[in-house]
Design a protein around this ligand. Structure first.
Ligand code: GDP
Ligand code: IMO
Ligand code: MG
Length: 421
């Protein structure tokens, strides 16, 4: 069973890109299975820093096949730009394929995304990349897909029809209309560049599974942004939990071996929505400053708070995480005391279950347990036995509360700031 899945276990930005890059040292294939260019995955190699949005984070390892699976929503123009940007920095980025079944994002999806936000009673705080509208079109069965990139006439006809449909919606809303022919020309230009990458990727993956190759699936966002299980409606529009890899890449559950769950040693969230352990004080500021918590896609400041064991345990349970990866432990270096949320109190009732209703989540009073800090710089630590005792205790408590073993610890953005637990 050669397939491993790596997912974020919080509200995204846990350090998935870094870990994928680290783990692909001995992997044959990296597969993205959901989301789109709402993701921003940072990989630091030496003094170079790359932020990937659609391209799998295995792209820096020559010989690693990278696959953009059927479950994604792909903006073809953004993908071409991303590839050209990487290539301009000397990375070949030639070992990539794009699913013929991936849904495509166009300008009208981005405009609709903005319009939805503008008209919403409570906005979601989306990344504005057209993710929700593109997934809506997939479900209403009017989406345009990877296979259409290879047939300019079919692509043009479908684009014209869909753009005209959206223009009616925009006209009714008094919003700016799409210049259909101008936009189509840009789409066709990108399509010509991407067509050679289009494949039936389910077969590529099935063949690799058959040959016993090692495959790593790269989740985007995090479990608490999952459209079914997250803080709905303040979620993204895809299944971010590990199960999403089966549908979003065409991988049978029987082929899956391990699930890595990446978890920050504290919690962050970008955009709107409930966040029980959010901090609005100097501690929150310190987390943001030390953790450089600004969005890799939109540059927005990330909301910061303490580690929430209720939320993370729920997310790890849903994904079946058997290997925890704790990142950004070094960000906690300066705290005298560190709080851990072990339960929620809602209307005076204590629970350790993660509620469905946003209205309940917004009422949560976190029940905190205080742990002593270690007040030691961890960024140069290279093995678990060098960790101060209080850091070890903190990690042990995280693992105990989540109910999974920690496999890997990260104490900085670089590849070499990573070690086995
Ligand atoms: P992703 O979306 O899960 O791939 O995460 P992002 O790239 O959006 O955000 C994680 C940020 O933290 C990036 O800037 C990483 O370079 C950085 N990072 C990753 N691991 C660590 C770590 O252990 N310590 C510190 N200080 N930074 C880290
Ligand atoms: P990575 O893969 C953090 C959030 C947005 C918003 C909500 C819906 O880098 O961890 P969308 O544009 O998807 O419709 O926005 O989801 N969001 C993310 N937050 N990390 C991400 O990706 C995110 N992708 C989407 O901020 O709250
Ligand atoms: Mg990110």
């Amino acid at each position: 069973m050669p397939v491993d899945i790596l997912v974020g276990t919080q509200w995204g930005d846990e350090g998935k890109g870094k870990l994928i890059d680290v783990l692909t040292g001995d992997v044959d294939m990296v597969v993205r299975f959901q989301g789109g260019n709402n993701a921003g995955h940072t990989v630091e190699i030496g003094s170079e820093r790359y932020v990937l949005h659609l391209v799998p984070s295995g792209i820096f390892r020559p010989g690693v096949r990278c696959v953009i699976g059927n479950g994604l929503v792909v903006d073809p123009i953004a993908l071409v730009e991303e590839l050209e940007g990487i290539r301009a920095r000397g990375i070949a980025a030639d070992n990539l394929e794009l699913s013929d079944r991936a849904q495509l994002i166009f300008i009208y999806h981005k405009r609709a995304d903005a319009l939805n936000e503008k008209g919403a009673v409570r906005k979601i705080g989306t990344t504005g990349r057209g993710i929700g509208p593109a997934y809506c079109d997939k479900m209403r069965r009017s989406g345009i897909r990877g296979c259409d990139l290879c047939k300019p006439e079919i692509l043009s006809a479908k684009f014209r029809a869909e753009a005209a449909r959206y223009n009616k919606i925009f006209a009714e809303a008094g919003a700016e209309l799409i210049d259909i022919e101008k936009e189509l020309a840009l789409v066709l230009e990108a399509a010509a560049k991407l067509a050679p990458l289009v494949r039936n990727t389910a077969y590529t993956i099935a063949q690799a599974v058959k040959e016993g190759k090692k495959i790593l699936c790269e989740g985007a966002q995090g479990g608490l942004l999952d459209v079914d299980h997250g803080t709905y409606p303040f979620v993204t529009s895809s299944n971010t939990i590990s199960g999403g890899a089966c549908t979003g890449a065409g991988i049978p559950p029987t082929a899956v071996r391990n699930v890595y769950g990446v978890i920050k040693a504290y919690t962050t969230r970008v955009g709107e929505g409930p966040f029980p352990t959010e901090l609005f004080d100097a501690d929150g500021e310190l987390l943001r400053a030390r953790g450089r918590e600004f969005g890799a896609t939109t540059g927005r400041p990330r909301r910061c708070g303490w580690f929430d064991a209720v939320a993370s345990r729920y997310s790890c349970m849903l994904s079946g995480v058997n290997k925890l990866v704790v990142t950004k432990l070094d960000v906690l270096d300066e705290f005298d005391e560190i709080a851990v949320c072990t339960a929620y109190e809602i209307d005076g009732v204590r629970t350790t279950e993660f509620p469905a209703a946003v209205e309940d989540l917004e009422k949560v009073k976190p029940v905190y347990e205080m742990m002593p800090g270690w007040k030691t710089a961890l960024d140069a630590v290279t093995s678990a036995d060098q960790l101060p005792e209080n850091a070890r205790k903190y990690l042990a408590r995280m693992a105990e509360l989540i109910g999974a073993d920690i496999e890997i610890i990260s104490v900085g953005p670089r590849r070499d700031q990573t070690f086995k637990a």
